[in-house]
Design a protein around this ligand. Structure first.
Ligand code: GLA
Length: 658
């Protein structure tokens, strides 16, 4: 699952190369420029199905032959796309039943990209046929370093509500539940007269007068993720068979929450992630850190591939802000700090036509006499000088539990408060740790947690019995856990765990919550330690726990906000409200310290973040970034260098420090 492709021994540097958009003389110029910039990996052919198969079964590979030969001849390895992300118009026209359909029954047409139903047999067959051709033809090509299946599965179409999907959903449900009695029980269909008596009655959660059944919606999310994963598997298996030994990836998308990436990560040879800064995000680098840490966690802690990010502006935000000088380097190395062993962009050359013509590239419209190009060339040289970092790993002693089923279940309507967004809570806790320079992983609730000292469940509304027992076992074995509000309240079917919340961990925490008390919009409650809670409170009664902080005012004055209970060799904390800013950071820092976790910097000034990577032989590197609005800096230092102490790594300053 790690990014380790023999054809590219150092950092992989490059990006999507949409050569099909340019006449061949430009290719010749491109390979020269790639050499100048130190580009060693190009992702080729992502959106070229229409040019590779111009009519059913009529393949035109000559241009791709010439392109791969040219790249190989100039020392640029290729991450070769299977080109299945965008079926050509001839295909969609001939197979209108393959077009995706929305929940209201509206057909989503071709003329853009990704217009296919994941369950469509016609799409799957045509895609497999193309992959077979590509794999057979290029398996032995000297440029081939990796296969790139499809592109950002689910980015535009992650679910389809058509009749073909409905039939596939029924098959998936038969497989999950065996019989209708099982399905009716799991979906709680005694509610609102929803009992099913024949499989044919079951449909995806289409547009309904009021809320569709919550478990039906949850299962439809699970099915849809599995359905796209099945598309991936078809391609991957063909590639493994016809092109043995060449790693297969598909690029995940940071910020897409429709695919259960834990399940996907088990299926890819290389975890690769795309990330785009949201220019007007209040904390853009907190978001970057979160996605990079997620990518590393999906890769099991090993180096991962940053497959796409932008040299400057994108084209799809309301205001596409260009990156000021220095940001290109800072953003790219921020991913490296968190375990990326590649710096790849969308895309090599900015397009001249099409919907993305205002998206930046490594070669901008202005050409090489430009800020972007100069920064690209400088970064290519710097990555060469940083090559010793490749293969080192980020070590984290803290994990945040994250589960897609829980997100899908909680993010439905008809929850107690629209203000309690689980993802915002999870990201808030992650950001607080990042500010404290405490490195953390994301972890599946059922994964092996023993390598961590502190495990946080900021927002785990749904947890399976196995996940609940896993956290309890982690604490019993000596770990420290902090459970956030409204966690552990429902089971795998989104049924309430009765007898007082949080049913999954009442005994572990020694707390019994009688009732949830969400707060009115913008309201705050005072806490006995001088802090404040927002969004959410709970009427909790300690049954076997020490109350550390209570509510000082509001309807719950006197009841607990933060509790602690010793369990086995460890300690379990429960927080019944949301803390913000310094209060959250202080709590997490205190718990981390008590659990024996050392921050990278003992007392980081505001706006400074730091991460360490280390080789198994002990050689380590500290990446320190400052996030000022105008002058971002990022320094890479070699840890424990006997000659220079914390000398910057690289050829010479300011190579690794700006
Ligand atoms: C995604 C896609 C690319 C491109 C970029 C633009 O990441 O994979 O093809 O559309 O977005 O930011």
């Amino acid at each position: 699952m790690a990014f380790d492709i023999p054809a590219v021994p150092g950092f992989a540097f490059g990006g999507d190369y949409s050569a099909e958009q340019w006449p061949e003389p430009v290719w010749v110029e491109d390979v020269g420029l790639m050499k100048t910039a130190g580009v060693n990996l190009a992702t080729v052919g992502v959106f070229s199905w229409a040019l590779l198969e111009t009519a059913p079964g009529r393949y035109e590979f000559d241009w791709l032959d010439r392109l791969l030969d040219l790249l190989a001849g100039h020392g640029v390895a290729v991450d070769l796309a299977t080109a299945t992300a965008s079926p050509p118009p001839w295909f969609s026209h001939a197979h209108p039943e393959s077009l995706p359909v929305g929940p209201t029954g509206t057909t989503i047409w071709y003329g853009s990209r990704q217009a296919y139903c994941p369950s469509s047999p016609a799409y799957r067959t045509a895609a497999a046929r193309l992959v077979e051709q590509l794999a057979t033809r290029y398996a032995g090509h000297p440029a081939l370093a990796m296969w790139h299946v499809n592109n950002e599965y689910g980015c535009h179409i992650s679910r389809c509500w058509c009749d073909i999907s409905a039939a596939a959903f029924r098959d998936w449900l038969r497989n999950r539940y065996g019989d209708l009695a099982g399905l009716n029980a799991a979906w709680g269909t005694s509610f609102w007269s929803q009992r099913y008596t024949d499989w044919e009655q079951i449909i995806p959660p289409r547009d309904t007068p009021s809320y569709p059944n919550p478990t039906q919606q949850l299962d439809f999310h699970r099915f849809s993720s599995d359905e796209l994963l099945a598309c991936f598997r078809v391609e991957r298996d063909l590639l493994h068979r016809l092109s043995p030994g060449v790693p297969v990836t598909t690029n995940f998308l940071g910020g897409l929450w429709d695919l259960d990436y834990w399940a996907w990560a088990r299926e890819v040879d290389v975890v690769s992630m795309d990330h785009y800064l949201i220019a007007e995000h209040p904390q853009p680098y907190a978001d970057l850190a979160f996605v990079a840490d997620l990518a590393r966690s999906l890769a099991g802690g090993r180096p991962w591939a940053l497959m796409e990010h932008a040299t400057s502006a994108v084209n799809w935000q309301p205001r596409n802000l260009a990156k000021p000088p220095g940001r290109l380097r800072r953003d790219s190395l921020a991913h490296v700090a968190r375990g990326a062993d590649s710096v790849l962009y969308f895309q090599w050359r900015a397009s001249k036509a099409g919907a993305e013509k205002w998206h930046s590239g490594m070669v901008p419209h202005a050409g090489t006499d430009s800020k972007v190009w100069q920064e690209v060339v400088a970064l290519g040289a710097e990555l060469g000088a940083l090559a010793e970092v490749v293969g080192s790993e980020v070590v984290a002693d803290v994990a945040i539990l994250l589960d897609w089923s829980s997100l899908w279940a909680q993010r439905q309507p008809s929850q107690p408060s629209v203000d309690l967004d689980p993802l915002a809570v999870i990201k808030g806790w992650h950001a607080a740790l990042t500010e404290a320079t405490i490195t953390c992983d994301l972890a599946h609730p059922e994964s092996d947690l023993r390598r961590y000292r502190l495990v946080l469940a900021p927002a785990l509304y749904l947890v399976s019995d196995a996940g609940a027992a896993n956290l309890t076992g982690f604490v019993a074995g000596g770990g420290t856990a902090l459970v956030g509000p409204y966690s552990g309240v429902v089971d795998d079917n989104d049924h309430v765990r009765l007898g007082g919340y949080p049913g999954a961990w009442r005994d572990l925490l020694g707390v019994r919550v009688q009732e949830h008390f969400p707060l009115p919009a913008g309201a705050r409650v005072a806490l006995t330690d001088g802090g404040a809670g927002s969004v959410w409170t709970e009427l909790a009664v300690p049954t076997d726990a020490e109350v550390l902080t209570g509510y000082a005012d509001g309807p719950l004055a006197g009841s607990p906000a933060l509790t602690r209970r010793a369990h086995g060799a460890g300690t379990a904390y429960y927080l019944t409200t949301l803390l913000a800013g310094a209060h959250l950071r202080d709590l997490l820092t205190r718990l981390a310290r008590d659990a024996g976790v050392t921050p990278v910097l003992p007392d980081p000034p505001e706006g400074v973040t730091a991460v360490q990577r280390r080789h198994p032989d002990g050689r380590g590197y500290t990446f320190i970034a400052t996030d000022g609005p105008t002058a971002p800096t990022l320094t890479v230092r070699r840890d424990g260098d006997p000659a220079a102490g914390t000398a910057p790594v690289g050829a010479a300053p300011p190579v690794a420090s700006a």
